[in-house]
Write a protein that binds this ligand. Structure first.
Ligand SMILES: Nc1ncnc2c1ncn2[C@@H]1O[C@H](COP(=O)(O)OP(=O)(O)OP(=O)(O)O)[C@@H](O)[C@H]1O
Ligand SMILES: [Mg+2]
Length: 347
């Protein structure tokens, strides 16, 4: 083996016990702080156990607050509990046409003879099969679906079911076609972001699954928790933990120290900036190194160093403001209106 790789392998002793535990798709052992929500979902499904029709439900809330996790867990428990209810899960972001959703439904009922069949034929088969039992159908990211006809179909033709729709948009239901609304008549359940303490507990649990004991100290954990809480998305915390650990590893450290976390926090901001175009990213970088200047001074310097007009700079600055990455604060200046850049996320 060449020396180069021998050295890399030697230095790459892993900090992780189980890195997969930091994957957003990983199902944690415990789902904390969602007992009420779980209970609510169970109540909607309960009539199915008595061979009656269930209640439909719309679950809404911002990203990363456990909507998918909680509903998938309900389906899993259902599967373990009874054979009389068919659990179905479809992610409508990944499968957003009627035909793709129908294929997912076929998979869920284990129906394989899909070749040369039209969508409506397949729907009839699905309905017939599902009607032999009760069913709980979860449509995750429902706002991403292109056509709603499959929902019409299922809400009308299934006798005993609970349809659960998941979305980030709290007003999705209001925008819904009234014919569908009057067929579904769903209950509504909101998942609110976790508090600071809840965020910390959830991250601690993941840490205990991902790392050996004492890999991360209290201060570093608090720093990660605060940043996660600010974004209100548990995924941010998972990402920060993974990044910090990788940075620690590349520094041959056996523990995650504050400086590794700080470095990782900077990278999260970059991942936030993925939506920006090249020049906006460039302007953001430029701002970071010129924070002490007013926007007017920045524009002038940018013009000199990057050969771009002040107006272009101003336009990019406005876009960064719209993306909630910076805020422009008016400051005192002898030469009229002047602004300073205030970072909204950590620089
Ligand atoms: N109460 C909890 N206990 C343990 N882990 C949690 C909890 N809530 C969320 N998580 C974790 O946070 C991450 C995001 O959760 P989830 O995917 O359920 O979010 P979501 O609300 O469906 O977000 P989106 O709207 O973006 O789909 C997952 O890795 C999940 O395991
Ligand atoms: Mg989700």
């Amino acid at each position: 083996m060449p020396d180069l790789f021998r050295d890399i392998l030697k230095s790459s002793e892993s900090l992780f016990k189980n890195e997969v535990a930091l994957d957003p798709e990983f199902v944690p052992k415990l789902i904390q702080f969602r007992e009420n929500e779980n209970q609510y979902i169970a109540t909607c499904i309960k009539p199915l156990f008595q061979k009656r029709n269930g209640k439909n439900l719309i679950i809404h809330g911002p990203p990363g607050v456990g909507k998918t996790l909680a509903t998938k867990n309900v389906l899993k428990e259902l599967e373990e509990e009874t054979d009389d209810i068919t659990p179905v899960y479809v992610n409508c972001w990944k499968k957003n046409t009627t035909y793709q959703v129908v294929l997912e439904l076929c998979k869920a009922i284990d129906y394989k003879f899909i070749q040369n069949k039209r969508t409506d034929e397949l729907i009839s088969i699905i309905v017939e099969r599902l009607n032999k039992k009760s069913s709980v159908l979860v449509f995750d990211e429902i706002d991403k679906i292109q056509e709603l006809d499959i929902l019409y179909n299922l809400s009308e033709s299934l006798y005993r079911k609970t349809i659960i729709l998941l979305t980030n948009e709290s007003n999705w239901l209001f925008r819904l076609d009234s014919r569908l609304k009057s067929r579904l008549i769903p209950d509504q359940l909101e998942f609110k972001p976790y508090s600071l303490t809840e965020t910390k507990e959830i991250l601690k649990q993941r840490i205990s699954q991902a790392f050996p004991p004492n890999t991360i100290n209290e201060n570093s954990l608090n720093k990660i928790t605060e940043n996660t809480f600010k974004q209100r998305d548990i995924r941010t915390g998972l990402f920060l933990l993974k990044e910090s650990a990788e940075i620690a590893e590349s520094n041959s450290s056996k523990k995650i120290e504050m400086q590794h976390v700080e470095e990782a926090v900077k990278r999260v901001i970059f991942s936030d900036t993925e939506k920006l175009d090249e020049e906006e990213k460039q302007v953001l970088e430029f701002i970071k190194t010129n924070m002490e200047k007013t926007t007017g001074e920045m524009a002038k310097l940018y013009e000199e160093t990057h050969k771009k007009s002040k107006r272009t700079f101003q336009r990019k600055l406005n876009n960064l403001q719209k993306s909630n990455l910076i805020k422009l604060d008016e400051t005192e200046s002898p030469r009229g209106r002047s602004f300073r850049v205030k970072p909204l996320t950590e620089f």
